[in-house]
Design a protein around this ligand. Sequence first.
Ligand code: IMP
Ligand code: MG
Length: 172
Amino acid sequence: MPELVPVLSKDEIHNLVFGLAQKISLDYQGRPLVLIGVLKGAFVFLADLTRNITIPHEIDFLRAASYGSGTSSSEKIKMTKEVETDLQGKDVLLVEDIIDTGLTMACLIEYIKKLKPNSIKVCTFIDKHQRRRKDIKIDYTGHIAKEGFLVGYGLDYAESYRNLPGIYHLKL
Ligand code: IMP
Ligand code: MG
């Protein structure tokens, strides 16, 4: 049986999300903010974040899949669900569950840039930077994690564990 070692409890997550939402609400006051969640993993974090942000904002989603084969498969990604909102003149905040190598986020930023928003910033709940391969500026981070595979709070292992209210280190 895989072992689940607790990393963040439901209450710790709530406090972190609340703090991020407060900062975002202050930083984007009076600006046309659009939160863009990266499916599937970010759906839980985005749902909590949007309800704690106190300024008006829109939400949208995109979904990216890596393609190609072998170890460098995630160097190229394909958009399998595009953004539907007109982003011209809007302030985009990309919302991710976890940033690991940074390859996905680097591609997403390039994709969003083409949609001509006023600004693009990045918010990730977990920053797992030990394997980082792209130098990405992360503007809002909930928690910095050491190496290891995390599950829960939207994060999956083979589509399981997304529903767990806390975050755990999965030891197979
Ligand atoms: P990247 O390596 O930064 O491109 O991360 C790509 C994607 O891998 C993330 O958006 C997650 O969906 C997934 N991922 C990376 N690390 C973990 C983890 O520890 N648990 C679950 N998913 C992960
Ligand atoms: Mg993800």
